[in-house]
Design a protein around this ligand. Structure first.
Ligand SMILES: *Cc1c(COP(=O)(O)O)cnc(C)c1O
Length: 392
């Protein structure tokens, strides 16, 4: 409507780049000039620096195994766990497609269960009910930047001898309080954690990238082999692997960005606080729940609309209102995985996940990134309020 205002973005990768442009440009050119384009020193150094950032120490080691993207990281994690076809993996349906996709590709059985309606993460009670003697692993997704209830999930895993693979694609830098003075970094509490460096993620590359994390040296070794054609020694292949590498130029970019990650996450959290203050009182919306035991790093700032069971009407109205005024917004995710056509033959029609199905009709995410200004947020909030108040 008003053409005089600078455009708002869901994610502002160029605005962020402008602050670090000299360092990034130099890092990229250094790789180009080095001639070491595959698994060069940038990849090795980035893996070590990220491990340190995640809290690596002699007594509490963290191993980082870089790979090509977050989906490959999930696949490598499952391949490392010695599973057999038909083994059951419990995971949410209110998420991106990757977890369920790789489970099925490896001929394992995805068992999708419901999420907690406040935190939007895996409901441990639902997980407990879904455990059978074929269950081998739980794959929680730390959705929107907040950890699933790792205390409850780790207790279940221990009791039933299950592995945990944490999908930390949206939550790098988040964590969970495991007890007094015992803090778990997201992705380092389960057997394996995975993340993505997709450009819009909290630690985004300028292309694709991903990584696995583990505290277990043997698993780390195996993951490394899996991402390198099952090989430790050239032309000697001990296990079936894949070709999944973090690109050297992306690693160099990530090395520049990693020292800024804490500030980036703090900027997102400050923006979330501001949205809360602007929108928290409105009776038609619920601002993001913050679990007292988790640190939220706000990959997304996602409102839950308080519509009264009438389907997505209120959200459609609000989305149209925002679109007409040039206010970006997103719906993550409009359709649960268990209802996707691709999984029609995989998932029984009897699977009903009430909270998941309800949330897919009620969530809407607002612009969230490191470059948001208060004036921009006020503009977003004003149009949200107008949109809600014009819904009859
Ligand atoms: C982004 C994302 C992935 C996949 O990451 P890619 O790098 O795009 O493969 C997996 N899981 C979740 C929850 C994500 O948000």
């Amino acid at each position: 409507m008003s053409n005089d205002k600078p455009p708002l973005h869901m994610v502002d990768v160029l605005g962020q780049y402008a602050h670090i442009q000299d360092d990034i440009d130099k890092a990229v050119l250094d790789v180009v000039k080095s001639g070491q384009y595959i698994n060069g020193p940038a990849v090795r150094d980035f893996a070590q620096e990220l491990a340190q950032w995640l809290g690596h120490s002699e007594s509490q080691p963290v191993h980082v195994i870089p790979c090509a993207n977050g989906t490959d990281a999930l696949q490598a994690a499952l391949m490392a766990l010695d599973l057999k076809p038909g083994d059951e993996i419990i995971t949410p349906s209110f998420t991106f497609i990757s977890t369920v996709e790789v489970i099925h590709l490896l001929r394992l059985k995805p068992v999708m269960v419901d999420v907690d309606p406040c935190s939007f993460t895996l409901d441990p009670g639902a997980v407990a009910k879904a455990i059978t003697d074929r269950t081998k692993a739980i794959m929680p997704v730390h959705l929107y930047g907040q950890c699933a209830d790792m205390t409850a999930l780790m207790t279940l895993a221990k009791t039933h001898d299950l592995a945990i693979v944490e999908d930390t694609a949206q939550a790098i830098g988040s964590g969970w309080s495991l007890g007094e003075n015992h803090w778990g970094a997201a992705g380092t509490m389960g057997d394996i954690g995975t993340t993505s460096f997709f450009p819009s993620k909290n630690l985004g590359a300028y292309g694709d990238g991903g990584a696995c994390f583990t505290r277990d040296a043997a698993l780390a070794q195996k993951l490394k082999m899996i991402c390198n054609h099952g090989s430790q020694k050239r032309y000697s292949h001990e296990i079936i692997g894949m070709n999944s590498r973090l690109d050297s130029i992306q690693a160099a970019i990530l090395r520049v960005k990693l020292p800024h990650l804490s500030n980036y996450n703090a900027a997102r959290t400050a923006a979330a606080d501001k949205y809360d203050a602007l929108l928290g009182e409105h009776p038609m919306i619920t601002v993001p729940y913050r679990h007292p035991r988790s640190k939220h790093v706000f990959h997304q700032y996602t409102l839950k609309l308080n519509n009264r069971g009438e389907g997505p009407g209120l959200r459609d109205h609000l989305a149209q209102h925002l679109t007409a005024r040039g206010i970006p917004h997103g719906v993550y995710y409009p359709k649960p995985i268990h209802k996707q056509a691709a999984f029609a033959d995989v998932v029984s029609e009897s699977v009903v996940l009430p909270h998941t199905e309800d949330l897919t009709q009620r969530v809407i995410s607002l612009p969230m990134h490191t470059e948001l200004t208060e004036a921009q947020q006020e503009r977003v909030a004003q149009h949200i309020q107008e949109g809600l108040n014009s819904y009859l």
